[in-house]
Design a protein. Structure first.
Lengths: 216, 264
């Protein structure tokens, strides 16, 4: 191949990609959806480029700082592309993809929970060194506490507080009613408070939440 | 502090994820790399009539070849004209300079490469040719280095091709052919030196420098194969996923699907 196609498309590091490489860069989500359903790979790639960042954030918020996040991003898109016929409206492509990412992440968390007994101990990765010392401890402890929550409660808590979703968006992403989402979130907060109160780095957050009257 | 309690804690957790996880998850923009024509060509399968015609032609050529009596031709010293085979190249020599992790040009000393003996050259000529070649590599322009690498590959001389390509990348890192040289170096390391680790690093370097390059599909496929053969299953799965997203329908789709599903 290197002999047949030696140096046709030169590219340099840091050089912006040619606009022709993204043929559908100007297309709207509705056109992209229609093309992607017909198997247009350029349209699928454009959807990937457009939504990979929010999807990566959602997955990272749910599963935490795990090396598997990258795999789950790819898996979300691969599985979503096979189910594009289920998208009711292209205007909701983003929220549909997010729901898919939540589904894939919850499934992965359940698998991880089943495998946990095989592991001797989970060694949490250290938070970013740029955080202040107190904050680093709090963030590390928070992820450790989240690991002890049931999958649905952990997902609800992460989507509400780490991802910053409103309760209606949370319900849509978790494919449940608003009232069920509220119950899950309330249960998650109570369990998180019970587990977090024993950790000095998290006491201040628990106290201020209680002072504010629970879920803000 | 505007937010209190869990909202403030969650915001700090999100910041931490943005610093640690997101740059790892979304390293570069991935663009479609296959043209409509290339995809159509890949999807098109040969017709049965074409296959039958080709089979008949091959059979005819075979029988015609058998029926013609072979002439005894007096040939000159065939050993002197035989092309160098891959087996004659010492593997250690080719794999002596792995690329750096940052994808910059390797700075392996060219003197570490063995000389390229010509069957007809006298030892004294060989000794004098080596420094001359090295100095040429240090003074030639990028076009000459590129042409030299192409000529060397055509002559089945991977050592000479490798030296020219390394010089091209080291001396002209901004040249438009520098990234494609990384691909060719990966091909040489894989096909001639059979050094999967070095080849994998070169293909990664190519994908890093030219994610939308003309050889990106082949580089992704080769990186997937090499990672798999090296037992780096996580890497292999990432390359397989990338291949399936961007090049589904490509020649390695089946292999990518298999590798991706292996750890399900």
């Amino acid at each position: 191949v290197a002999t047949l196609l030696p140096f046709q498309r030169p590219s340099r590091q840091g050089e912006p990609a040619p606009a022709s490489a993204r043929r559908h860069i100007e297309s709207g989500d509705d056109a992209l959806c229609a093309l992607a359903r017909d198997g247009d790979h350029a349209a699928r790639s454009e959807i990937f480029v457009r939504y990979k960042l929010p999807i990566a954030r959602t997955i990272a918020a749910i599963i935490g700082p795990d090396a598997e996040a990258e795999d789950l991003v790819h898996e979300t898109f691969l599985r979503a592309f096979d189910r594009l016929d289920d998208v009711e409206s292209a205007a909701r492509l983003g929220s549909w993809l997010r729901a898919f990412a939540v589904f894939v992440s919850r499934e992965w968390l359940r698998k991880k929970a089943r495998r946990r007994w095989l592991l001797f101990a989970d060694v949490p990765e250290s938070p970013a060194p740029s955080l202040a010392d107190g904050m680093r401890d709090a963030v590390r402890d928070a992820f450790t506490v989240l690991d002890k929550l049931p999958v649905d409660e952990r997902t609800a808590f992460s989507l509400r507080y780490v991802e910053g979703l409103e309760i209606e968006e949370l319900a849509l992403a978790m494919d449940m009613s608003v009232s069920t989402a509220k119950r899950r979130l309330r249960a998650a907060e109570e369990r998180f408070q019970t587990l977090a109160v024993t950790r000095p780095s998290l006491r201040e957050y628990v106290r201020s939440t209680r002072d504010a009257g629970g879920e803000p | 502090m505007k937010r209190e309690g869990f909202a403030a804690l969650g915001a700090e957790m999100a910041k931490d994820l943005d610093r640690r996880v997101i740059p790892r998850v979304v390293p570069v923009d991935a663009f479609p790399r296959t043209s409509r024509t290339a995809r159509a060509r890949a999807a098109r399968s040969p017709r049965p009539v074409t296959i039958a015609l080709v089979a008949v032609a091959v059979a005819a050529a075979f029988f015609i070849g058998l029926s013609i009596p072979r002439r005894d031709v007096v040939r000159p010293d065939t050993a002197a004209f035989a092309p160098r085979t891959a087996g004659s190249v010492p593997r250690e020599a080719i794999a002596s300079a792995p690329p750096s992790a940052t994808g910059t040009a390797s700075t392996a000393p060219l003197s570490s490469l063995p000389s390229l003996p010509s069957p007809s050259a006298a030892p004294t000529q060989e000794a004098s040719a080596k420094p001359a070649r090295e100095s040429w590599l240090e003074t030639a322009d990028s076009d000459a280095l590129f042409m030299e690498s192409q000529r060397a590959r055509s002559a089945n001389d991977p050592l000479r091709a490798r030296a020219a390509l390394l010089a091209l990348r080291r001396r002209f890192p901004g040249d438009s052919r520098a990234s494609a040289a990384a691909f060719t170096l990966g091909a040489i390391a894989s096909d001639n030196a059979h050094d999967a680790s070095e080849a994998l690093e070169w293909f990664k370097t190519y994908l890093h420098e030219a994610p939308d390059g003309a050889l990106a599909r082949e580089a992704t496929g080769r990186a997937m194969e090499l990672s798999h053969s090296l037992g780096r299953s996580a890497d292999a799965r990432k390359f397989a996923a990338s291949y399936l997203i961007h090049y589904r329908g490509g020649p390695q789709t089946e292999q990518a699907t298999q590798i991706f599903n292996e750890q399900e």
